[in-house]
Design a protein around this ligand. Structure first.
Ligand SMILES: Nc1ncnc2c1ncn2[C@@H]1O[C@H](COP(=O)(O)OP(=O)(O)OP(=O)(O)O)[C@@H](O)[C@H]1O
Length: 296
């Protein structure tokens, strides 16, 4: 992680009334990183993103996004940031191309080198054949793709995506993932996304953050987190009536030695630890640690 710091929070807290949602978040995200923010419903993901976007004022702590406090950012500064929020915008009678063109014009004064053309972007999000359709005639997934296009039109340096692929069919999801990889790898766009789809997080993100009980319960690549919990791979086998399971980082060597040692092995299964396994284990560990701390 050598790039510039694009997002920095120090001791960030957020309460709604007397309900503490974020409880001292310290975070640095670097240029070109793709970071997935995970957590249960109500964990504070949207709240965090809204604070980083400058839509919400935190209770305490400091926030810097592209070097400035997002609450006091200029229009020029905001133009460097693309946003795909959870909520739908209500522009039912607009036509798809007209709608995207509207945002293109808004961004025009700040247009960076190599920005998207409207038709090029419609093509990339798979809406070229819907360019003249009214927004009200789009399916949920198509509407979501248009939201993504609106977030991208200014060629942002930083992209916030709140559950971007809800309603996407598998094909659209695959194309979206390819586009995100291209943005991060070729254009060095920094991406912070929330998702409940852990397979998507694993596929897309260099780095996973798990938000739990107002704190960052885990921070690392999917592989590194899996290693923290146990091994990255689970090996299962049976000898006679007895069943065995072993977590390891070196599955091939382990299996080779096992078969040499135990010629009667049957039902051998090798299963990579998924992010879902890691997530559930880490949240459980964090809950137990928090309960222990509260009891002290
Ligand atoms: N404007 C608000 N006023 C009061 N409480 C709020 C407000 N917005 C969010 N909350 C509460 O803050 C907590 C965090 O909400 P937030 O929407 O940030 O969670 P989330 O992690 O994005 O959840 P989800 O996965 O369901 O989208 C929840 O308990 C929610 O009820």
């Amino acid at each position: 992680m050598t790039g510039d710091v694009v997002i920095r929070t120090r001791d960030l807290t957020m309460s709604y009334g007397n309900k503490r949602v974020l409880d001292g978040i310290n975070l640095e995200i670097h240029r070109g990183e793709v970071v997935a923010l995970l957590g249960a419903n109500g964990a504070g993901k949207t709240t965090s993103i809204e604070i980083l976007e400058g839509l919400r004022s935190p209770t305490s702590g400091s926030v810097e996004v592209l070097g400035v406090d997002p609450l006091h950012a200029s229009v020029e500064h905001r133009a460097k940031i693309g946003v795909v929020l959870q909520s739908w915008r209500d522009h039912a009678r607009w036509r798809v191309r007209e709608f995207l063109h509207h945002f293109f014009v808004l961004h025009a004064p700040f247009r960076p080198e190599g920005g998207w053309e409207v038709d090029e972007l419609l093509e990339r999000v798979g809406l070229a054949d819907k360019a003249r359709s009214r927004i009200l005639s789009l399916s949920g997934g198509q509407r979501r793709r248009l939201d993504v296009a609106v977030g991208l039109i200014g060629k942002p340096e930083l992209l916030f995506l709140d559950e971007p692929t809800v309603g996407f069919d598998p094909h659209a999801r695959r194309e979206f993932h390819e586009l995100m990889h291209e943005l991060a790898d070729v254009r060095e766009t920094t991406i912070l996304l929330t998702t409940h789809d852990l397979a998507e997080a694993e596929r897309l993100a260099d780095r996973i953050l798990i938000l739990h009980a107002g704190r960052i319960a885990a921070d690392g690549s999917a592989d590194a987190l899996a290693r923290e919990v146990a091994g990255t791979t689970e090996v299962r086998w049976r000898i006679g009536q007895d069943r065995f399971v072993h977590a390891t980082d070196a599955a091939t060597r382990f299996v080779r030695e096992l078969l040499t040692r135990e010629p009667d092995v049957e039902d051998l299964e090798i299963r990579r630890t998924t992010l879902e396994d890691t997530y559930l284990t880490m949240v459980a560990q964090h809950s137990a640690a928090a309960a222990e701390e509260a009891a002290r």
